[in-house]
Design a protein around this ligand. Structure first.
Ligand code: SAM
Length: 331
């Protein structure tokens, strides 16, 4: 089976290495400013081939890693999709991630507003080891308040909602709920990204879907006040990335918020995790404390002392974002 993570890294190298870093660095600076502005852009952010190349160089490895983590965690809890529709797919991160998680994925369609992003996405995918990635359809589409989404088993909207006005955002989530069995929404792991995920979660529930990740329940989110539900994935930095973002660390931690919802059909057994670890486990000698969002809707700091033997060993191995307790242990 092809490792699409390595394959994507190779495709990025092949495509971006010939582009001088000196040309992309100022573009990266502008993109960072635009994405951090917190305002809905009035015109597309990725306007030129260099914009798309800069995005692919400094953001795509991280958005791919976040979406991969989300889909990987959801995979045990949703029916395997045969078809994917990726809204606002940019350079195609979700297509690569979905094909990595579900090698039997047959068809992927990307709806993307800007030609430079579509063109680069196509180019990156051209030599992928997955036929589904290679044959992905890239469709020109500007999502508005009446989006027409073709049916698909899985609809993804990753790092998109923040670029849409409120009414377009709501219409997209509603249309995704109508078009798909499974909807995955991923946003930056900031308070604003979390708020957009929470609003999308409400609409998916109102449309009759069930949340399978990260929440272990369909009730109100217990993370309130100045805290927000988010997770993180470690992304190795390429030398190109270090040059473009003037960083020296060999990795960065991509923080993200997400929700995955499923439309239950007769006979389906899709179920959320019994609980979810929503913060780095706190470990001291003989005791691991896990902050767990529980199936009953409560948020609880759960101490697991060494005297719990096997459960303690599991707690020591557990990570932020993992389900809890492990299979076979009563919650
Ligand atoms: C931040 S990028 C995310 C790209 C990709 N989903 C990822 O995770 O890497 C947002 C993408 O959404 C596209 N986009 C923004 N508004 C859109 C709209 N109304 N219709 C279609 N695409 C849109 C942008 O052109 C851009 O490629």
């Amino acid at each position: 089976m092809t490792d699409l993570t390595a394959d994507l890294a190779a495709a990025l190298d092949r495509t971006l290495d010939p582009v001088p870093a000196g040309r992309l660095a100022p573009v990266v600076e502008r993109l960072i400013r635009d994405y951090r502005s917190g305002t809905v852009p009035s015109s597309p952010i990725l306007r030129s081939a260099d914009d798309a190349a800069a995005y692919a160089a400094y953001r795509m490895p991280a958005t791919y890693a976040a979406v991969l983590d989300v889909l990987d965690r959801a995979a045990a809890r949703v029916p395997d999709p045969a078809t994917l529709l990726d809204a606002g797919g940019g350079t195609g991160a979700a297509v690569w991630a979905a094909a990595q998680v579900w090698p039997a994925l047959r068809r992927a369609t990307v709806l993307e507003a800007t030609e430079p992003a579509r063109a680069l996405g196509r180019r990156l995918a051209a030599d992928a080891g997955s036929a589904t990635v290679r044959d992905a359809r890239w469709e020109a589409a500007v999502l508005d308040t009446a989006p027409r989404l073709p049916e698909a088993d899985l609809v993804t909207a990753c790092y998109l909602l923040g670029e849409l006005t409120g009414p377009v955002r709501e219409a997209l989530v509603d249309a995704a709920a109508r078009a798909a069995r499974v909807v995955a929404v991923v946003e930056p792991g900031t308070p604003a990204g979390y708020a957009r995920v929470l609003a999308a979660r409400d609409r998916l529930l109102a449309a009759g879907m069930t949340v399978v990740a990260p929440c272990p329940h369909d009730g109100a989110c217990p993370i309130t006040g100045d805290d927000w539900c988010h997770f993180a994935v470690r992304v190795p930095r390429t030398s190109r990335h270090r040059v473009l973002k003037a960083g020296s660390l060999g990795h960065e931690d991509e923080k993200f918020s997400y929700v995955v919802a499923v439309r239950q059909a007769d006979g389906d057994a899709a179920a959320p995790a019994p609980g979810r670890i929503v913060r780095h486990p706190a470990t001291r000698k003989g005791l691991v404390t896990l902050r767990v969002c529980e199936a009953g809707g409560a948020l609880r700091d759960t101490p697991v002392p060494r005297s719990r033997n096997e459960l303690y060993r599991s707690a020591r191995d557990a990570a932020w974002g993992d389900p809890w307790p492990p299979e076979g242990h009563a919650p």
